[in-house]
Design a protein around this ligand. Structure first.
Ligand SMILES: Cc1cc2nc3c(=O)[nH]c(=O)nc-3n(C[C@H](O)[C@H](O)[C@H](O)COP(=O)(O)OP(=O)(O)OC[C@H]3O[C@@H](n4cnc5c(N)ncnc54)[C@H](O)[C@@H]3O)c2cc1C
Length: 618
């Protein structure tokens, strides 16, 4: 990083380094300002964080503070504006004057420090950021502009730090579930400085080589959430040790036993429904509404702080945890349209259900329909999502193109099925890539006729033969529990033949359809997911034919309550569980108290079996 100096903006009325109200918060210059081009103007609008940033830049750059009317040389300057929570008319006027003043010299970089509230459906925060950008545009400053959207900033003088200092002793009152995003001031300031000086650019070719389109840097938004932490934990760090504070902690602990903290959490939850200003107090999941917003959240400096998910069944249903990370659910990016004949272009957050409804209205359908359709299309690139279609095994098998964002190289990559970026990333859960869009093949809508048979004491070979029946459009096998001697085989055909049931819209049985019904209603949805997280334990094994034979011969040893078998064909993709061999998927349900026995069973009988990472209880 080059050593910057600070400078004042001619004609603006600067205040001193600790100034609370002045626009130009800090003005300092290097030892020989006239020779230096690298000048940073910091406009604070009364923000104490701006003062901390000024101190950071001063310390990092080892500059010497000089009087505020020093212009800090004539080279290109940088301007960093810390936005207030809202920009009323006076604020707008002040910012416009400031920008006009700055425009009189050459400005190479404008940093606008806003807030992560723009991701929380907060119209005031969005408007403030929009107005600030509009003012920069109308000022005629032709600089590179970067918007920073930090979480709650923990810097020495920030408002959040002050409140934490005051309320720290009351930490027992904050229930563990009350969490939000906290970024250390130093982390944010270093990021601003790196972007300002150009050091922040990912230099490598990323996970996809030099392919794709580089994201522009002339106008960019970067969200820096910091860690997602419980208030309780952060408050506790500020609890203090004085006698008075200890007494306050003891009182708070007693109140917490009386559930006062739960009431606080409830109040925060209710408040944030009605008042967007209260939303930053409790943040676990963000739902970006555009691809731009997703990229703003997933750039190289923030991708480690988030977990990008689709409909979020992983967390809600299977109890997956991502400590310290904020969940970024893509469900609000859900457009699904035709990209050409028999090709659906679906945004990552579009659900299979949404895609089915869109296609259904046009006489088409997806090749693969899982039993549960509240899953995102984007997820299917990383998690094998399957029905029991014979033509294609998984949704990803029907994908002909993917559009990815690569945070490593800051590029958007569009890759066809045979290209490296597709093959190297499909089912690769170690990849840092974010799926933005998927193109899926579709087919004319079919009608399904089910033929159901009950078999007694079926052997593994019989079941494998049934699953491999290529005349059927779908085949699935259910066993009610591991000790049962019967299995039900359902074969779905597109033509009625033999003793088949009535025509059906989709190749799913009643139990398969039940999941969707439960999810449609908020109360049953809540109960289904809560029960699954606390009582049930789910997993899906991908068994090679040899493993399946072993499984079928031994699985009665464990108390499996529901077994569903389907067939998945080999796909040759490098990270696929079905790369080399066809597999039988065994979808298993048991109670949590039987899990230890099941783990022991797997270790003894199927030590190398692969399981579906997207369908695995925590
Ligand atoms: C009741 C129920 C029934 C089910 N039935 C079936 C079934 O019949 N067949 C079947 O195959 N599965 C079934 N499943 C499993 C389901 O397909 C998986 O749990 C799937 O992962 C859920 O999709 P999701 O969008 O909620 O995933 P999420 O939990 O939202 O995401 C899972 C993972 O996908 C990755 N991811 C998602 N989107 C992106 C993105 N845009 N960029 C980068 N990474 C991303 C992330 O690693 C994330 O952790 C069922 C699940 C439930 C709860």
């Amino acid at each position: 990083m080059d050593s910057p100096s600070f400078g004042s903006i001619p004609t603006a009325a600067p205040s001193d380094r600790r100034g609370e109200a002045g626009e130009v918060l800090c003005a300092a210059a290097g030892p020989e300002p006239a020779d230096r081009g690298d000048v940073v103007f910091i406009a604070g609008f009364g923000s104490a964080i701006a003062a901390d940033f000024a101190a950071f830049v001063g310390r990092e750059a080892r500059v010497e503070v000089v009087p505020v009317d020093d212009e800090g040389g004539r080279g290109p300057a940088s301007l960093v504006v810390f936005l207030p929570p809202s920009l009323g008319e006076p604020g707008r006027r002040r910012l416009a004057e400031l920008l006009d003043a700055a425009a009189r010299r050459s400005v190479g970089f404008v940093g606008i420090v806003g807030t992560f509230r723009v991701h929380l459906n907060d119209p005031v925060a969005e408007e403030t950021e929009r107005l600030a950008l509009a003012l920069v545009r109308s000022s005629g400053i032709a600089a590179r502009v970067a918007v920073f959207r930090p979480g709650l900033v923990l810097s020495p003088n920030s408002g959040v730090s002050r409140w934490l200092g005051r309320l720290g002793p009351l930490f027992p009152l904050a229930p563990g579930r009350l969490r939000t995003c906290f970024i250390e001031g130093e982390e944010l300031f270093a990021a601003i400085e790196a972007e300002r000086s150009g050091d922040a650019r990912p230099g490598g070719t990323g996970e996809v080589g030099p392919a794709g389109r580089a994201m522009g840097h002339r106008r960019r938004a970067y969200t820096y959430l910091g860690a997602n932490l419980a208030w309780r934990e952060v408050l506790e760090r500020h609890r203090g040790t004085s006698a008075g504070r200890r007494v306050a902690t003891a009182v708070a602990r007693v109140l917490s036993w009386l559930l006062a903290g739960q009431l606080v959490a409830l109040a925060v939850g209710l408040l944030s429904r009605w008042f967007p200003g209260a939303r930053p107090w409790s943040v676990r999941t963000l739902k970006p509404r555009s691809m731009r917003e997703i990229v703003s959240l997933c750039h190289d400096g923030n991708i480690g702080r988030v977990r990008v998910v689709g409909y979020n069944n992983g967390v809600n249903h299977f109890g997956h945890r991502y400590p310290g990370r904020t969940i970024v659910s893509t469900v609000c990016c859900r457009r699904a349209v035709h990209a050409g004949p028999r090709v659906l272009k679906a945004d990552c957050g579009a659900t299979i259900r949404g895609a089915r409804e869109y296609l259904g209205g046009r006489g088409e359908e997806l090749f693969v329909m899982p039993n549960y359709s509240f899953v995102s299309v984007g997820t299917s690139f990383f998690v094998p999502i399957h029905g029991s279609s014979v033509d294609y095994a998984t949704v990803a098998d029907t994908a002909c193109r993917v559009v990815l964002y690569d945070p490593n190289s800051d590029r958007i990559v569009s890759a066809g099925r045979d290209e490296g970026a597709f093959r190297e990333n499909v089912y690769n859960l170690r990849s840092r890539m974010v799926v933005l869009r998927l193109y899926l093949r579709t087919k004319p809508k079919s009608t399904y006729y089910v033929r159901r048979e009950t078999w007694k004491n079926a052997g593994a070979d019989d079941l494998l033969a049934a699953l491999r029946d290529r005349d059927a459009a779908n085949v699935e096998i259910r066993q009610a529990h591991a000790a049962s001697d019967t299995v039900t085989i359902s074969k779905y055909y597109n033509e009625p033949s033999g003793p088949s049931g009535p025509a059906q819209e989709s190749p799913r049985d009643a139990l398969g359809r039940l999941w969707d019904r439960l999810e449609e209603n908020p109360v049953t949805s809540f109960l289904m997911h809560a029960l699954s997280r606390h009582v049930a334990w789910h997993t899906e094994l991908f068994l090679t034919p040899a493993e399946f034979e072993r499984f079928w011969a031994t699985h009665a040893e464990v108390a499996l309550r529901k077994i569903q078998l389907r067939y998945i064909r080999r796909d040759g993709m490098p990270h696929s569980p079905f790369r080399d061999e066809d597999c039988v998927s065994a979808d298993l349900f048991l109670f949590r108290f039987d899990k230890a026995a099941f783990d022991g069973y797997l270790a003894k009988n199927l030590p190398n079996v692969r399981c579906n990472p997207g369908k695995h209880s925590n």
